[in-house]
Design a protein around this ligand. Structure first.
Ligand SMILES: O=C(O)[C@H](O)CO
Length: 328
């Protein structure tokens, strides 16, 4: 008599790079169903797809809350997110249910730091405005006072959150001739000496920096951190950059700060919501550069993220050590 073999089920919430899918199919230990689209899985399909799954591979844009966990049911052993951020998941509920979580730190640090530097320079030196002027005929001649911006040489840069990505940003900015590098966060960092980083209270960072770069995780402590009070303390000539999570910023307050000249300009790779509606007031401002959350978007980084999230998932299914397990 045959005993029916228990099938290990995995649900993947989006089309992901082939590198990850290959690892899962070659492992031959699970039956994968995939929401085979570049667009987000509709909620009803997510709830259906996850039902009875042992493993879930999700993205930062999927809200993994009690409803999803209930829909998955008691089989669920592992959630692997294709992201370093995990603010989209109800961690308390996940912990209560004993579900392990994998994520993708380190592998996207360089790409995200690179993008942050690119966004900072594009914003401070007004690159998008310049490109538009060339296209629309606004470039009449070389003009001494036209399209001037702000340079890094001799400046003070303040990094909020000198973690893996914050450090990588600081390392890249220093060679531009940054005079002083301030940072703030929960604790002083022992490796800050490498970038001559000075640990200061947030207020000091905000009021003394020419460039304020937000690189902290979204937590209850950092939600809405960059608000009216914060922007009022910044210099009128200061540049504000956020590549962490949109909800760290109060966008109405940022709009006021930018439109009133309280601060010089802002570059955002993250917003609330994502995507930012095309009629959002921030998009009417010339001194605000908004990117569509592309910090980690290099071909190679996304491939490596997919590999890591597949390996995390397999380890979770098999009860072995994950390459990158989130300890919470
Ligand atoms: O959390 C992450 O992984 C980033 O925001 C995406 O690049």
């Amino acid at each position: 008599m045959h005993t029916a073999q228990k099938i290990t089920k995995v649900f993947i919430t989006r089309r992901i790079p082939q590198e990850g899918l290959k690892i899962l199919s070659q492992a031959g230990v699970c039956k994968v169903s995939l929401w085979d689209s570049d667009e987000p899985v509709p909620r009803a399909e997510l709830l259906k797809g996850v039902a009875g799954a042992h493993g879930l591979l999700c993205l930062l844009s999927d809200k993994i809350d009690t409803e999803v966990l209930d829909a998955a049911g008691p089989n669920l052993k592992v959630i692997s997110t294709l992201s370093v951020g995990f603010d989209h998941m109800a961690m308390d509920e996940i912990k209560k249910r004993g579900v392990r979580v994998g994520y993708t730190p380190d592998v996207l640090t360089d790409a995200t730091a690179e993008l942050t530097v690119a966004l900072l320079l594009a914003t401070a030196r007004r690159l998008p405005e310049g490109v538009v002027e060339v296209i629309n005929g606004g470039w009449s001649t070389w003009k001494p006072l036209w399209l001037c911006g702000y340079g890094l040489s001799g400046s003070t840069v303040g990094v909020i959150g000198l973690g893996r990505i914050g450090m990588a940003i600081a390392r890249r900015l220093k060679p531009f001739g940054v005079k002083k590098l301030l940072y703030s966060g929960r604790t002083a960092k022992s490796n800050a000496a490498e970038v001559e980083g000075e640990y200061v209270p947030l207020d000091t960072l905000v009021s003394e920096s020419d460039f304020v770069v937000v690189s902290c995780a979204l937590t209850p402590d950092t939600q809405g951190l960059c608000n009216k009070d914060f922007f009022c303390k910044m210099k009128n000539t200061a540049v504000f950059i956020n590549t962490s999570r949109g909800a760290v910023v109060n966008q109405e307050d940022l709009y006021q700060a930018l439109s009133s000249g309280q601060i010089a300009c802002a570059g955002l790779d993250v917003t609330t919501p994502e995507p930012l509606p095309t009629d959002h007031p921030l998009l009417t401002l010339k001194n605000c550069v908004v990117l569509p959350h592309i910090g980690s978007a290099t071909y190679s980084t996304r491939g490596i993220m997919a590999e890591l999230s597949a390996n995390n998932l397999l380890a979770g299914l098999q009860g072995t050590d994950m390459p990158s397990e989130l300890k919470f």
